[in-house]
Design a protein around this ligand. Structure first.
Ligand SMILES: Cc1cc2nc3c(=O)[nH]c(=O)nc-3n(C[C@H](O)[C@H](O)[C@H](O)COP(=O)(O)OP(=O)(O)OC[C@H]3O[C@@H](n4cnc5c(N)ncnc54)[C@H](O)[C@@H]3O)c2cc1C
Ligand code: FES
Length: 243
């Protein structure tokens, strides 16, 4: 894990309230798909956890984030050339298995699946990416997954683009029968994924330390035990934790 100052190379709006920030940082060394970084937003004490979207050549790191509160709003107002303190890579990400996979992403759960798709495609695996959004204005990343060679299926809740409904509706309507799924998105989506399929889920939790020390991000296991989202996750096997 590395801590240090990253330099913002670009910070661009890519969909409604959604930005891609590309940073120059040593954090890219040893980073895996599905891991995250803790971003120190200027003026705020608690760091904001953001998933690694892509690890690019020349120590460039891409993050995609949605403006939901004060911290992410300040991030969205930062400009090229400014410095941002961050540390990572943190947590256990998605496994890169010797099999074809179905990736399931909802909203800003989509970003960590892009690096994951790249890792699977570089091993020659077939990847289907089922990407769900509320509406067309919220959609991003579909072209990136196509360029990586994935079979891309888009679903919107209002039916304005792709299949009308949830990612589960889209999988069923497209006639896909997933073996292993890798999913990231809002909790109701992850619950529905776990009820229908087997694989791995990336969870969100409010975090303080981000390194396993404060127990602020604990989730329960079915046998009454506890696991930390920041250190033991954020990626867990389906059934490993209570959703
Ligand atoms: C492992 C992990 C990966 C994430 N990856 C992404 C990503 O790639 N893109 C993205 O847009 N968002 C991601 N999130 C959610 C992101 O951390 C929150 O949206 C962000 O912290 C909100 O900060 P804020 O100051 O704008 O909101 P505020 O509501 O003002 O934040 C107040 C506090 O609550 C925390 N908080 C608020 N919402 C969340 C949340 N959903 N999860 C965790 N902490 C939260 C903040 O970090 C802050 O400490 C991720 C969360 C986790 C745990
Ligand atoms: S945030 Fe401190 S243990 Fe996870």
């Amino acid at each position: 894990m590395k801590r240090g100052t990253a330099i913002i190379l670009s910070n661009t709006m890519i969909a409604e309230d959604t930005y891609e920030m590309i940073l120059k940082t040593e954090v890219t060394d040893d980073a895996d798909c599905g891991q995250f970084v803790q971003v120190q937003v200027p003026g705020y004490y608690l760091r904001r956890p953001i998933s690694i979207h892509r690890i690019l050549p020349d120590h460039q790191l891409s993050l995609i984030y949605k403006v939901v509160g004060d911290g992410t709003r300040v991030m969205s107002e930062m400009a090229e050339g400014e410095a941002l303190d961050l540390f990572g890579p943190l947590g256990h990400g998605f496994p890169v298995l010797e099999e074809d996979v179905v990736l399931i992403g909802g909203g800003v759960g989509v970003p960590p699946l892009a690096e994951t798709a790249a890792r699977y495609r570089s091993k020659g695996r077939n990847v289907t990416a089922v990407l769900g959004f509320n509406n067309t204005a919220a959609v991003f990343g579909t072209e990136e997954f196509r360029e990586l060679g994935c079979n891309v299926i888009v679903a919107t809740m209002d039916g304005s683009l792709g299949i009308h409904g949830t990612v589960i509706d889209a999988i069923k309507e497209a006639g896909i029968h997933p073996g292993t799924v890798l999913a990231c998105g809002p909790l109701p989506m992850l619950r529905a994924v776990a009820e229908n399929y087997n694989g791995y889920l990336s969870l969100e939790a409010r975090m303080a330390c981000g390194i396993g020390a404060c127990m602020g991000c604990v989730v329960k296991t079915p046998d009454g035990g506890s696991l930390r989202v920041c250190k033991d996750g954020p990626v867990f096997r389906t059934g490993e934790v209570v959703l």
